[in-house]
Design a protein around this ligand. Structure first.
Ligand code: ADP
Ligand code: MG
Length: 650
């Protein structure tokens, strides 16, 4: 059937999918109005007898239907559609048209009204007309018919036991969905919506419980965390762990002693020192005779991890493998033999086989799709590796309970001692000269600086590209050693540019957001972000986190061009706060959960109806999930998500 692809696009396959596809709004076709009682801006329904219909060509080709006291206009119609219209517009037919009325050449007229032929005296519908979210090529009418048919055909039994319904003051399911799809005018839909939102969050909570339970039924290697490597590591570590690093490390090590796979998310602001916690986990694996893999989202970051791990672990006599893109198969196989293997997506390519993978660390987890994370987890079928995910984008409390409820969380809540908060300044593009002076002065004192641009090549108006900016700055800052780093450079060139910056040879690094995640050069204490208004908040915060790592006071300069209202608000947030949690919360509110969650949200756990900020609702649904009898829980998840829950199985 032609329509089915469109239905699938909306996620509509089974009868219950249709029933759970709820209206966006309603239109009232239960009453007839008159042109005299039309309210400007509000649609109404009129009934009239057709007098004549004609095609007009000015200003555009259109079908004009003249009825008693009313003109209907239709644009953009073709072949068969035209015939249909013409038949409907035969003289003497009675039509009902629903739309907005406006004054025109011939008096009152409607453009593209919803339009129906009726018999004389045909009764009006008793319920409002639901308008559903639809997709290109799927007419509202067709979608509505299918949904209402499903509503009549499907069993609407309540998946919640009466006792739970009562406890949470919930309306019945059948009554609620029926009401939402077919309300009579003037009905209060509050209780019905509350029931459906509750059900939605409940389904999400339940499926995360199922995922946790599945995990409990799988086997993972037990890693006691008391081996000689870990001990030696602590002895030679050049700094003392912060309190929250100790706590997070403790939580991870405890999970690793369990015979079930860990799935823990370690969150901590940029620069809070997550890498050392990852290293601790890796050593627990290696001590117990297992391999650990560390996956990073970019080549630059994986190179940095490689350097850091070598610096820390080579003294212990430990070999580190580094898997890069562009390696030959043989080289990859060799690298994957090492006790600790570091790399990018290259780690999950088909030809990479680990011997005994006991732990997978996934850095900057939000950069990876769910699929990719799962693949790394599934390299071995019988014994499942533990998973440690890391993220510098803190997860607001509401998301922690909803979208991330299947993971255990550890947080690093403090920065290592001796860090000074980064000062943030905003400058308009007009003050560019002053900014250049500032860069020159800082570099004169032996500091290094980043100059971050929003795009690589294609120049949009008002946006400086990295390449152009690089050329321009080389002219403006003659005598300084300026480098250029962006994502389109070949891997080895990227590595050597980065190497030169790490070594202090390059003084100013012009770059794109390739440095956004994780890059760690302590001597860099100045950052200029060009066209700052074009970046996301969390992104700006991430970028800014690249400086402020040394003992010197660091400054981040946000250079902005044209500012819209939203852009100004966003910059104010970053300007006013160095607290990653506050920024993430604001980012979530400004951008909405879809973008914030990326891959996670695009899965079936997305909330369509309930508000992710509705903490009270989420807490209640969670309590209900704990109290649901098994049979009911299964039926409920089945109704909302179908039988597949693979997005959560890891
Ligand atoms: P992130 O959490 O952003 O990944 P990193 O792990 O890269 O942060 O750590 C940032 C820097 O801080 C690194 O150079 C690291 O060696 C250093 N560091 C980590 N923990 C401590 C600590 N407890 N004391 C001093 N420096 C630390
Ligand atoms: Mg990091």
């Amino acid at each position: 059937m032609k329509g089915d692809a469109q239905f699938h696009k909306l996620g509509l396959r089974r009868g219950c999918d249709f029933i759970l596809h709820l209206p966006l709004r309603y239109e009232d076709e239960t009453v007839l109005g008159t042109p005299e009682n039309a309210v400007p801006g509000e649609p109404l329904q009129l009934e009239a007898r057709v007098q004549r219909a004609a095609i007009a060509f000015r200003p555009r080709r259109q079908l004009v239907v003249h009825a008693e006291g009313l003109v209907l206009r239709f644009y953009n119609f073709y072949g068969s559609q035209l015939k249909q219209f013409q038949r409907a517009a035969e003289q003497g037919r009675r039509v009902r048209a629903f739309g907005e009325l406006r004054g025109g050449w011939f008096g009152a007229e409607m453009v593209h009204p919803r339009y129906r032929i009726v018999e004389e005296g045909e009764p009006l519908p008793e319920t409002l007309t639901p308008i559903y979210p639809t997709t290109a090529g799927l007419p509202q009418r067709e979608l509505r018919e299918r949904i209402l048919k499903a509503l009549d055909a499907e069993p609407l039994d309540d998946t919640l036991p009466g006792e739970l319904r009562k406890r949470h003051g919930l309306a019945g399911f059948a009554e609620s969905v029926t009401l939402l799809h077919r309300p009579r005018p003037g009905t209060d839909l509050g209780a019905a919506w509350r029931r459906l939102k509750f059900d939605e969050v409940l389904a999400q909570q339940l499926s995360m419980q199922f995922a946790r339970r599945d995990r409990q039924s799988r086997r993972a290697p037990q890693l006691p965390g008391d081996g000689p490597l870990l001990k030696a590591f602590f002895e030679q570590l050049p700094f003392k762990l912060t309190k929250s690093q100790q706590r997070a490390g403790g939580e991870v090590l405890k999970d690793l002693t369990q015979p079930h796979p860990m799935q823990r998310l370690l969150q901590g602001d940029v620069g809070s020192g997550k890498t050392v916690v990852a290293a601790i986990a890796c050593l627990a694996a290696v001590d117990a005779g297992w391999q650990a893999a560390v996956m990073a989202p970019t080549e630059i970051l994986s190179a940095q991890h490689y350097r850091k791990f070598r610096e820390w672990l080579a003294p212990l006599g430990l070999q580190i493998g580094w898997l890069r893109g562009g390696m030959r198969k043989k080289e990859k196989l060799d690298a994957a033999q090492a006790p600790i293997v570091i790399g990018t997506h290259a780690l999950i390519e088909k030809d990479v086989e680990f011997k005994r993978l006991g732990l997978a660390v996934i850095d900057e987890q939000h950069r990876f799709g769910v699929e990719q994370r799962l693949k790394l987890g599934k390299k071995r079928a019988r014994i499942h590796p533990h998973q440690l995910m890391m993220s510098a984008t803190p997860i607001p409390r509401t998301l922690e309970m909803s979208a991330y409820g299947d993971l255990d969380l550890s947080s690093i809540t403090e920065l290592p001692p001796g860090r000074r908060p980064v000062k943030t300044r905003t400058f308009s593009e007009a003050k560019r000269q002053a900014v250049l002076e500032r860069v020159r002065a800082s570099i004169g004192e032996g500091e290094q600086a980043y100059w971050v641009c929003p795009v690589i090549e294609e120049s949009k108006e008002g946006v400086q590209t990295a390449v152009e900016t690089f050329e321009r700055l080389r002219g403006e800052l003659k005598g300084l050693n300026v480098g250029l780093l962006h994502g389109r450079l070949p891997a080895d060139e990227k590595a050597s540019v980065m190497q030169s910056f790490v070594a202090g040879k390059t003084q100013l690094l012009v770059c794109t957001t390739v440095i956004e995640v994780g890059v760690d050069v302590a001597n860099a204490s100045l950052m200029v972000i060009e066209s700052a208004e074009r970046f996301g908040l969390a992104q700006l915060h991430q970028l800014r986190g690249r400086i402020g790592r040394g003992a010197r006071e660091s400054v981040c300069i946000l250079l902005y061009g044209e500012l819209t209202e939203t852009a100004r608000d966003r910059l104010k947030v970053v300007f006013g706060s160095t607290d990653g949690f506050a920024i993430a919360e604001a980012d979530l509110r400004i951008r909405g959960p879809g973008e914030f969650l990326g891959a996670r949200q695009s899965g079936k756990l997305a909330l369509r109806y309930a508000d992710v900020f509705d903490l009270a609702l989420i807490e209640q649904a969670r309590a209900a999930a704990d109290a649901m009898p098994e049979q009911n829980a299964k039926a409920h998840v089945e109704r909302w998500y179908g039988s597949k829950r693979d997005l959560l199985d890891a």
